[in-house]
Ligand binder design. Structure first.
Ligand SMILES: C[S@@+](CC[C@H](N)C(=O)[O-])C[C@H]1O[C@@H](n2cnc3c(N)ncnc32)[C@H](O)[C@@H]1O
Length: 342
């Protein structure tokens, strides 16, 4: 695997790069390096809560008089000791469905693939194994969680999709999972991603929508779902409600062909990966929810205990995937119809 860090401003190209193993955020902000082990000592909700509160005191980037934070600053901070566990839990929930969707499409020999916001890189690594004679570029603003990945066809690139680009018509496949929902400029980014596809290339986007929480019979889940939606919207400008629920319209609007979609609603329990991902996410958001007045700290602690109850089981969010193929000609010419749904 090659690690690459990109310098320069908007639309800088990835090939003007230098190799590095040091994460960008360490250089810029002095954030702590990745702890040697993520899991030990992070078992209890109480411990998670204390770590979150300490982290929150370290950074006050959500206050009304400062710039809005980016993903990975205070919200889902890369230096948080549970971040790798959270990314791994998310991957364990989503990977089987993502891989099933991507497996339905044969990659051309020598395919060039791109995964945006690859996180722990589980999908990119899997794609590298399917990409005979080709290459997978796995990007993220913080690449520390891909440091251990090894594959000759995998290239890891530090890259901010909001401000940096790729040459037009570069990739046969572009994947972005649980990334666009967190970017306020998601529609503009999506349009740029389409321009990086070769004609005949495929775009695959997945994002969560928390609409199932609103109809839960469990008042704790209803309240927690609403609090998370409001907190992420009010800080990062995320949309974990309506954006994915609008799929596949964004791809139809950009003129893609063979547009399809798939919905997966994971069951949350106290023991499974979806439950772990929710508990870790909520524990990280706790101090911010409290400070914004969205959900008092005591209520969140109680809700976390509720999610840990051995009999707890519910559906709190849906992962909604959409895909489409860039036709020959200019992107953006509107075509009609959904050819395929899953
Ligand atoms: C919820 S995680 C999803 C990780 C992975 N895609 C998955 O589904 O397992 C969101 C990822 O997007 C990355 N990210 C956030 N903003 C980004 C940006 N502007 N450019 C590239 N990556 C970004 C984060 O660092 C994080 O790794």
């Amino acid at each position: 695997m090659r690690h690459t860090r990109e310098h320069g401003g908007a639309r800088a190209l990835p090939h003007r790069t230098t190799k590095t193993s040091a994460p960008h955020h360490e250089d810029q902000r002095g954030a702590p390096s990745v702890p040697p082990a993520y899991a030990p000592g992070i078992q209890s909700t109480r411990h998670m809560f204390l770590l979150s509160r300490r982290k929150c005191r370290m950074r006050r980037r959500c206050s009304a008089d400062s710039d809005p934070p980016d993903y990975g600053d205070e919200i889902f901070a890369s230096g948080h000791p549970a971040q790798m566990d959270r990314l791994r839990a998310l991957a364990a929930v989503c990977d089987p469905v993502t891989k099933a969707s991507l497996s339905e499409w044969a990659l051309p020999p020598g395919a060039r693939c791109l995964e945006i916001g690859a996180g722990a890189g589980t999908v990119a690594l899997w794609l590298a194994g399917r990409c005979t004679g080709g290459e997978v570029t796995a990007t993220d603003t913080d690449i520390r969680f891909m440091a251990g990945l090894q594959h000759p066809a995998l290239r890891v690139l530090q890259h901010d999709v909001r401000t940096q680009g790729f040459p037009e018509e570069t990739f046969d496949l572009i994947v972005a999972r649980s990334v666009l929902c967190h970017l306020p400029e998601r529609e503009a980014v999506l349009a740029r991603m389409v321009s990086w596809l070769r004609p005949g290339g495929r775009l695959h986007v997945e994002d969560p929508s928390f609409f199932p929480a609103a109809s839960s019979a469990d008042p704790v889940v209803r309240r927690l779902g609403g609090a998370v939606i409001a907190t992420l919207a009010g800080t990062l400008g995320s949309d974990v409600d309506g954006w994915a629920r609008s799929f596949p319209a964004p791809l139809l609007g950009l003129g893609l062909a063979e547009v399809g979609m798939r919905v997966h609603c994971p069951t949350l329990t106290s023991k499974n990966a979806a439950g772990t991902a929710w508990r870790l996410s909520v524990a990280e958001l706790l101090p911010v929810m409290d400070r914004l007045g969205v959900l008092p700290e005591a209520d969140t602690v109680e809700a976390l205990a509720h999610l840990e109850h051995p009999e707890f089981a519910d559906v709190a969010h849906a992962m909604i995937g959409m895909w489409g193929v860039r036709p020959a000609g200019r992107p953006g010419e509107r075509r009609h119809g959904v050819d395929q749904t899953g």
